[in-house]
Design a protein around this ligand. Structure first.
Ligand code: 1GP
Length: 230
């Protein structure tokens, strides 16, 4: 699994229904990877069910951990969100420490990647849960990008607008100052044009909800993102 080459990723939510045909088209689309993740009603059972269905295909598959009780073995990688603009202390490090108390001795650290999340859509479930400070200027985004990249040396800066299309200028601002972190952008991409716009600045473009609303449009984003050189 070579995360440094991922340009396009589909994110599948264990809490949402997906039929076998749609799942096959997503996994065989030419996307670079599938991330399994969501914010609400994520359980061990719905996560392992989805993993076992994705495993019929060769595509790499990572789990984005949002609930310590829903950590399922057998993924290629484990992404651990750290919400940099969370104001609720429970979501800053308490959850991580709880996870480490339970799973610490068994973790294979070369499979673990911490994502420095910056949450931008105030109406999203993740913003509400973590009480994220969502009004972010370009200068603010540069500060978060430096925090993730230079100060914390995180492998991923994830600009998350889950459910609403964000301002590409914010991703551009982050890209200007980041040296090593890979910039993931996800949120509200519903068209090929939006996918192309974000692909100019984001290293990796994440497509979520549109899979469940208009799979043809979702599949078209794969080639669109890959057509943009970076
Ligand atoms: C959600 O960033 C992803 O965590 C993708 O967002 O579902 O809005 O595409 P959407």
């Amino acid at each position: 699994m070579d995360m440094d080459k991922w340009r396009h990723v589909f994110k599948l939510d264990p809490d949402k229904e997906i039929d076998d045909g749609t799942l096959e088209s997503v996994c065989e689309s030419g996307t670079d990877a599938i991330i399994v993740g969501g914010t609400t009603n994520i359980t061990f059972d719905n996560t392992i069910d989805l993993l076992s269905r994705i495993r019929r295909y060769a595509v790499p598959c990572a789990l984005e951990v949002s609930d310590v009780d829903a950590i399922v073995p057998g993924f290629d990688a484990y992404f651990i969100p750290l919400v940099l603009n969370a104001q609720n202390p429970e979501w800053i490090f308490n959850m991580h420490v709880k996870g480490l108390e339970e799973h610490g001795p068994f973790i294979k650290w070369d499979e673990v990647f911490v994502e420095g999340y910056v949450v931008g859509n105030e109406d999203s479930a993740v913003a509400k849960l973590t009480e994220s400070r969502t009004n972010i200027t370009e200068e603010g985004m540069k500060a978060y990008a430096r925090l993730a990249d230079q100060m914390l040396k995180l492998p991923i800066l994830y600009i998350e607008f889950s459910g609403s299309y964000g301002n590409p200028a914010l991703v551009q601002a982050a890209q200007k100052v980041v040296h090593n972190s890979r910039i993931f952008y996800g949120g509200g991409i519903r068209s090929v044009e939006q996918a192309i716009e974000m692909a100019q600045w984001a290293d990796t473009v994440i497509i979520g909800n549109i899979i469940y609303e208009d799979v043809t449009q979702a599949l078209a984003t794969v080639e669109a993102v890959k057509s943009v050189g970076r």
